[in-house]
Design a protein around this ligand. Structure first.
Ligand code: ADP
Ligand code: MG
Length: 233
């Protein structure tokens, strides 16, 4: 028992150190990114003009990796509040629309009712961004993503359904999804789904993946609806 206590203490020190290092790396990265953008803005130098966007992209990727790893070690927020789901899902759809159109992917949002849950809107947004990004990345050429907010199949639950017509997954891939560091992408971290599943679980919900190769993937996030004392007024 003592050994276990010592282990947990060590783990939290490691976690704190990782968070501190991530923070210390991010600051100079932000400076370099800003300077790079500044230099490349009104230059006649062809090399800089050609390579600056690539460099900025790589800096952004580094930042993304740091963010993913940070999310992994950071304990989830315990301060949950009543969240109006419609607004959160709509905001996230708007946010990811730019990325979708850049990939020639059409994004559509449908809501079938008003829903509130008990959770954290920031974490929820993060989850939805992870799932929608995966949907976008699964589409090679033109594609379509439908996001639906609707009653869950079980009473007292709500479903957020993200459906894409991308590459889909085999049975084997479906089994591995959510495992740490599982990725089929050359530039993936394999952490997004794992973090998403954990955050949704903390809010009392679950994530279901259904997929067929070359047909697409449907991800269903099911959450318990909020039944507080103010419900129904
Ligand atoms: P990453 O996006 O960094 O690869 P994720 O945890 O987000 O990590 O996803 C893990 C893997 O699951 C992806 O590399 C991909 O192979 C598969 N995957 C996830 N979502 C989808 C989807 N909508 N369609 C097809 N494959 C998917
Ligand atoms: Mg991902």
């Amino acid at each position: 028992q003592l050994e276990e206590t010592v282990y947990l203490e060590k783990l939290s020190v490691a976690g704190k150190m990782a968070a501190a290092i991530a923070h210390e790396i991010r600051n100079p990265l932000t400076t370099v990114r800003g300077l790079l953008q500044f230099i490349s803005n009104d230059t006649q130098d062809e090399k800089i003009r050609n390579y600056a966007p690539l460099m900025i992209e790589e800096i952004d990727r580094t930042n993304k990796i740091i963010t993913d790893y940070l999310m992994l070690i950071k304990p989830s927020k315990i301060e949950y509040e009543v969240v109006k789901l419609n607004q959160v899902v709509k905001d996230t759809t708007n946010l990811t629309e730019v990325l979708a159109s850049y990939h020639a992917v059409e994004l559509q949002y449908e809501e079938k009712g008003e829903f509130t849950i008990h959770g954290n809107s920031q974490e929820l947004k993060q989850c939805l961004i992870n799932l929608i990004k995966n949907a976008i990345e699964s589409i090679e050429e033109e594609g379509f993503i439908l996001i639906t907010l609707q009653d869950g199949t079980k009473k007292g639950t709500v479903d957020i359904v993200i459906q894409d017509n991308g590459a889909g997954m085999t049975e084997e891939q479906l089994e591995k999804i959510g495992l740490p560091f599982y990725t089929t992408k050359s530039k993936g971290t394999g952490l997004g789904t794992m973090i998403t599943i954990r955050l949704i679980r903390n809010m009392g919900g679950k994530v279901l993946f259904q997929s067929k190769v070359e047909e697409g993937t449907t991800v269903t996030v099911t959450l318990p609806t909020f039944k507080g004392e103010y419900d129904g007024i």
